[in-house]
Design a protein around this ligand. Sequence first.
Ligand SMILES: Cc1ncc(COP(=O)(O)O)c(C=O)c1O
Length: 361
Amino acid sequence: VARVMRSGSLLKSGAEVRLLEAEWADFIGSRFALAVDSCSHAIHIALLSLQLRPGSRVGVPSLGFVGTVHPIVQAGYEPVFIDVDARTFNIDHNLLENAEIDALVIVHLHGLPCDMDAVMDFARKKGVPVIEDACQAHGATWRGKKVGSLGDIGCFSLNEVKNLPAGQGGLITTSDERLHSRLRSLCGYGTTARGHYVDIGMSYGLSELPACIARVQLELLEERILRSQRNAQLMSDCFERLKGLLPPFVPLEAKHVWHKYRIWYAGSPDSIVRLLNSRGIPAEFWARYALPDHPAYHPNGRGTFYENGNTRKVVAGTFFLWTEKYPLIAQDSDTVSWVCEQIEEIVLLNSEEIDATPTHP
Ligand SMILES: Cc1ncc(COP(=O)(O)O)c(C=O)c1O
């Protein structure tokens, strides 16, 4: 970082950016990577690079963040919401079969990969391109392969609260050379190497300072993932024994990187979060509404929603331990053990409000 500051170069797409792109492609196992200024912009140009017809229908999970959905609308497409699996919180691939969509943006929510066997089987059968929103899942794997290398295009965030933070920024991966050159053009106003403007692109490039911060963070990423996995294991082992709590489920094929730790609670999530906060324990809610319920997408109604009821149950029956400001990935094991003891005590004290340990709906 000091070297970049001393160089006086705050260029977009300078040497640090190129190095970050090469290192990220290598880390993910994709042929190409492109650094951009946010993940929302990454998803925006990923969609544009697919050259869909105006008004195309783009499938997206109904649980998550607007940063996945706004780019669909910005690109001139219609978001088609698809409900989630109550155990993984990821898209319910059983609902895909009947979904009428031209493209799919899946999200590896909280750092847990989607069932990529099911998603890619559906996509290849129907000829539907897949963008992976891996904003929360840097380094996560499905059957040993990193997310971002499994669909057609992968999008990552480098914003300040993610597992690879550089303040602000994003990364796009693909192994398709044609898509990569279109993406590179779209993030620089739609220009070609010869100076013609062939696309309506935007100025979405990353500059040297965040690129070099991301390179330093990348060196630390695997070690941090191990820490978050150790912390999550400590918590899940404790919560499994407690009446009223259901810790997160991780399929055998997946490596979870624990950007967020979401728990089902049989009592009132509002009251336990209040109690935890009153003891100085970071706990919160995130994404409190089903995405199709935001008026931004369908001011006059809800649009298409392939629903199984789970998103609503998840937002009403779960809470998060740790917050974006105090993430699990940054905690030492003594702190995590202390939090487990506190939760055990709170749950025992409040056992009369808990009927039973929740089961997944
Ligand atoms: C799942 C998901 N998608 C998209 C985004 C948008 O990322 P960015 O802030 O880099 O635009 C975020 C993060 O904020 C996110 O969590």
